[in-house]
Write a protein that binds this ligand. Structure first.
Ligand code: FAD
Length: 502
């Protein structure tokens, strides 16, 4: 036995000796020395309710996973999401390890008047929707598993999994399905909202490779959804976000792809921002599907020089790479050009955050279908940095295979946009960023004439309920009918919410 393996086995054996074997019906799994106590909580419509110790113990006894109250070990980690600016304290947290646990949690919420319910997968919600004060958080982070069938070229992914797991497992067989660009983003949130990323122009959005899903709906049922079974629900969860239930299992189609791609950034001085943006509109929006070009104008804090340029992933035939990348290098000598051969899984991890607790963030977004002269001028003339905050205006590219699916084929209704424009602020957690957030909010209206809708996964708290509804465009009435059918009391409201009318 190898030395490292031995150490791992010995540690596991020692741990097993101290952890009592637990029956799902054994209420003593509540952490040692603790019995549940009465807890005050709120419902989704703001009524105060008491969760009695007996009810909490009963939930705990029914679940195979854990139920955590505020002073339990694990509660602090569970309640947190990626962005530490959202510092919320749920009344209780459940950590399902399977779909039956999720059904128990949903039933518990309903039995208590429709508890305010947050669903957390990767915890990346920009608007902090995956945690809440005084409600119940369903933390899916203990429900992570990816199983690849290399012969059928499919993958089954549990509802709490991170996209990096899927990349890692599928690329072991030179197979892939398109996901987002940061490996610790949750499959649960990313896919139900759509899913842009480095391969979306080539293979479509993440939802375009979804073959079926299992969903726990607001009445606690586990429902299979595909083109053949509950097709309307299947349509709704491909762009309608978490409005209709909790997806416990995703089945994806996998596409053959070599591991090695070309990736990196080509950045010019910020004085060339106008040329960069014009080139993005002229070439980027017409580039081959095999290249993903995201564009950014970046002003770092501390007086470091600003930059404008491109972040790329080229996954096509090596012989066509120079032609695809050439135009991006045509503006002169870049400040930085590190585009080179890289492993796709490593590229997908290259933007990961090491310590979630250090960086606060704020984001505003909108889809654009054209890099007009007015938009370029509004950016070049109006964009400001800040001495101690990182300020970025980025564009995640659309087009290609994304736009070859019709707006009503799935519930994601922004297929014709060319890019998702993102105004992003980052700061060291703990410092006051409100002044610069106010600045980006005041700058944004100058971009709005060029914007048509926004990505539901980038929901910003400033957007009204009417704005959310309007953003679903021609799909709204159909989504409303689905919401009325599957969640008539709006249990799943912490999302780009479709308020039921039933
Ligand atoms: P969470 O905060 O855990 O969940 C967000 C919401 O998703 C929940 O409120 C819930 O409504 C819903 N949800 C979560 N799990 C489930 C489930 N199993 N079933 C049903 N509903 C569920 N988006 C892209 O398209 N492409 C990108 O490249 C990309 N990069 C990003 C990088 C970063 C650093 C960040 C912060 C965000 C990025 N996004 C990207 C946006 C991302 O798609 C959304 O933030 C998405 O909601 C994240 O999903 P999550 O599971 O991590 O989030």
């Amino acid at each position: 036995m190898k030395r490292r393996t031995f150490f791992r086995s010995a540690a596991a054996a020692a741990a097993a000796a101290t952890i009592p074997i637990r029956s799902p019906l054994d209420a003593s799994f509540l952490p040692v020395g603790r019995r549940a106590r009465d807890v005050r909580a709120i419902t989704g419509d703001g009524r105060e309710v008491t969760l009695t110790s007996a009810a909490i113990e009963d939930l705990n006894a029914r679940m195979f996973g854990r139920v955590l109250l505020a002073d339990d070990a694990g509660y602090e980690d569970a309640r947190r999401i990626l962005n530490p600016a959202f510092d919320k304290n749920p009344a209780l947290i459940v950590q399902p390890v399977g779909s039956v646990d999720i059904r128990h949690a949903v039933n518990f919420a309903q039995e208590h008047g429709g508890l305010l319910t947050a669903v957390k997968c990767g915890g990346h919600s920009h608007s902090g929707k995956s945690t809440c004060d005084y409600g119940m958080q369903i933390d899916l982070s203990h429900f992570r598993d990816v199983r690849v069938d290399p012969v059928a070229r499919t993958a089954r992914v549990t509802g709490g999994s991170l996209l990096g797991q899927l990349d890692y497992e599928s690329m072991a067989y030179d197979l892939v399905t398109p996901m987002g660009t940061v490996s610790h983003t949750g499959v649960g949130g990313l896919v139900t909202g759509g899913g842009f990323g480095r391969l979306a122009r080539r293979f479509g959005m993440s939802i375009d490779s979804l073959l079926s899903a299992d969903v726990v709906t607001a009445d606690g049922r586990l429902v299979h959804a595909s083109d053949d079974e509950n097709p309307e629900l299947f349509w709704g969860i491909r762009g309608g976000g978490g409005n209709f239930g909790i997806v416990t299992s995703f089945e994806f189609r996998l596409h053959p792809m070599q591991r090695q791609v070309l990736g990196g950034a080509i950045m010019y001085p910020i004085s060339m921002a106008r040329d960069v943006l014009n080139l993005y509109g002229d070439y980027g929006f017409n580039a081959p599907d095999e290249i993903q070009i995201d564009c950014a104008v970046v002003i770092p804090p501390g007086g470091a020089p600003g930059m404008a340029g491109f972040q790329v992933c080229y996954s096509g035939a090596p012989g066509r790479a120079d032609a695809a990348l050439g135009p991006l290098r045509s503006l002169g000598t870049p400040m930085m050009d590190d585009v080179g051969a890289t492993d796709y899984v490593a590229l997908q991890r290259s933007g990961d955050v090491d310590d979630f607790r250090t960086a606060g963030g704020y984001l505003k977004s909108g889809f654009i279908s054209d890099m007009s002269a007015n938009l370029v001028s509004a950016i070049v003339d109006g964009f400001e940095g800040h001495p101690s905050r990182m300020t970025t205006l980025a564009f995640q590219q659309g087009g290609g295979a994304i736009s070859r699916v019709g707006n009503s084929e799935t519930s994601f209704s922004h297929r014709t946009s060319q890019a998702n424009m993102l105004g992003i602020l980052g700061w060291t957690h703990g410092i006051d960023a409100s002044e610069h957030i106010a600045w980006i909010r005041s700058f944004w209206p100058s971009l709005e004439p060029s914007i048509d809708g926004f990505y539901g996964n980038d929901l910003d708290e400033e957007i009204t309920a009417a704005g959310v509804n309007a953003n679903f465009g021609g799909n709204y009435q159909r989504l409303l009918a689905l919401k009325n059918r599957y969640d008539p009391t709006n249990l799943f409201r912490l999302n780009a919410n479709i308020e039921p009318s039933a």
